[in-house]
Design a protein around this ligand. Structure first.
Ligand SMILES: [Zn+2]
Length: 332
């Protein structure tokens, strides 16, 4: 191994003062800026149609105080690109591009920091030259299917670990060689996919570590109904997993999920809930707005910290405003 997996995240967190800020929703933010992502590729469509916008949103999150930005590769799969008629080479190039765009945003941010430090009138609080990590997003097989199974976790009885490993293998290899600092396996809906990720990381000599993050709709199980504790234990057993967590889950469930994760893991816990709205796969829209304001969302953050989490951000429908508020709470 060329890195010491366990120390990478711990060192990063130490440099960040013990807690780190993750960015907010990417796809929904692209959409808010007018991108049409109603497509099987979802936000990955913007890798082709509007890379500048992706870069701008990454930059907005960095300026809002994010220490970690997550690439636009969530629904970017070689299989999905091939289905659009792209070649294997072009598909792999788009995966790499998702990381390059994030690296460009980080470079721009750093150069703006240097300029800002010569000008005290600038918002020096946020424009701080600080360590910034790029996490290469990997969404689930269900996200690729774009049929709602990303929120049901139901892949049918015939699903196997081997199938999922084969599905994710090349994509994970390409992303790991693109200059990202870690992989973010996000919105993991079931146990079999968690197991596939853990085995892939071990078997394929992936050179960067990963976090594995699950989604839940009841605060006890992951969305498939598999036990959240069992899922976390799978991630816990993998040496290359440097954090485990919960994302794209309503804020009201986060505290109890952190408390239960803490029982089975010593790894850092990452949480980046959605805004509290629910995605209706039939309507293809977000419904049941709980009316959670950025202030309300943020009022939970200190409880989550006390419950044992150390990385905090937002998922779908959260914005740079949410992240700025999290940053303020944590850094105050
Ligand atoms: Zn989400």
């Amino acid at each position: 191994m060329t890195f010491c997996s366990s120390s990478l995240m711990l060192d990063f967190l130490r440099k960040c003062g013990g807690v780190a800020v993750v960015d907010g929703g990417l796809a929904t933010e692209l959409e808010r800026h007018g991108a049409d992502i109603n497509d099987p590729l979802w936000s990955a469509k913007c890798l082709i149609s509007s890379p500048q916008l992706i870069r701008q949103v990454h930059l907005d999150y960095l300026k809002a105080g994010a220490d970690i930005i997550i690439t636009a590769s969530y629904q970017a799969t070689i299989q999905g690109f091939r289905a659009k008629g792209l070649s294997q080479y072009e598909s792999e190039a788009l995966l790499k591009k998702s990381v390059y765009i994030a690296r460009e945003a980080r470079d721009i941010y750093y150069s703006e920091c240097s300029k800002a430090s010569q000008n005290v009138a600038d918002n020096a609080k946020i424009l701080l030259h600080r360590p910034i990590f790029i996490a290469a997003s990997v969404g689930s097989y269900g996200a690729y299917l774009a049929d709602g199974s990303e929120y049901s976790g139901n892949y049918g009885d015939a699903m196997t670990i081997k199938f999922l490993k084969d599905f994710h293998r090349r994509r994970v290899q390409v992303l790991a060689e693109s200059g990202a600092d870690l992989i973010a396996f996000e919105t993991t809906p079931n146990k079999v996919e968690a197991q596939a990720y853990a085995e892939l990381l071990d078997e394929e000599d992936i050179k960067i570590p990963a976090w594995v993050s699950f989604n839940s709709k009841d605060g006890i199980n992951v969305v498939s109904g598999n036990s959240f504790l069992e899922c976390v234990s799978i991630a816990e057993a993998c040496k290359k997993v440097v954090a485990v967590g919960i994302n794209c889950t309503p804020p009201r469930f986060i505290q109890e999920l952190i408390s239960s994760a803490r029982k089975v893991t010593t790894k850092p816990i990452v949480v980046y809930p959605n805004s509290g709205e629910r995605y209706d796969p039939d309507l293809k829209d977000w419904v049941e707005n709980t009316g959670l304001s950025d202030e309300d969302f943020v009022s939970y953050v200190n409880n989550w910290r006390e419950a044992g989490a150390s990385l905090f951000g937002g998922c779908c429908r959260t914005t740079p405003k949410t992240i700025r508020a999290i940053h303020r709470t944590l850094r105050s």
